[in-house]
Design a protein around this ligand. Structure first.
Ligand SMILES: [Zn+2]
Length: 145
């Protein structure tokens, strides 16, 4: 537990939250600044800062809960889809430094569509690479596995 971590405070019950799910290792609660109605966060109760630190076993437990929460949130708010978002490091936009996964209900044409489509749809201005460029970066990543 980290003394000044807001998510540790929620996990320990010292801070209030609108809790959706809780077990011995995981807790899920409503995001205070939702991107859409039903935006839920899933966290391990133990303090791990990011994807690099969190043990694979804990990550698997989080993933299982994310799956359950996604179905329940989609059904509850009648979403057309769910976006799963997980940020690591301030450069990526992580603001609370306790590993967490966003479960974000999506609706066709909602305001965040353009941002997400730009990120994953190839409309972000990043130069379209040649196959040899992709093979080269794939090789370098394999070397770091
Ligand atoms: Zn924490």
């Amino acid at each position: 537990m980290s003394a000044d971590c807001p998510f540790c405070s929620i996990a320990s019950g010292k801070a209030t939250a609108s809790i959706v799910y809780e077990d011995a290792a995981i807790i899920a609660f409503m995001d205070l600044n939702p991107a859409n109605v039903g935006h839920t966060l899933v966290i391990p109760k133990e303090h791990w800062e990011n994807i690099y630190e969190v043990p694979e076993k804990v990550l698997a437990e989080v993933a299982a809960v994310v799956k359950r929460i996604s179905g329940a949130v989609k059904k509850t708010v009648g979403a057309g889809g769910i976006s799963i978002l997980q940020l690591n490091g301030r450069a990526a936009g992580q603001s609370v430094m306790h590993f967490h996964v966003h479960v974000i209900p999506r609706f066709r044409g909602d305001p965040i569509s353009k941002a997400i489509e730009a990120m994953v749809g190839g409309h972000h201005g990043f130069k379209k690479p040649e196959r040899r460029d992709l093979d080269e970066i794939a090789q370098k990543i394999r070397e770091n596995l």
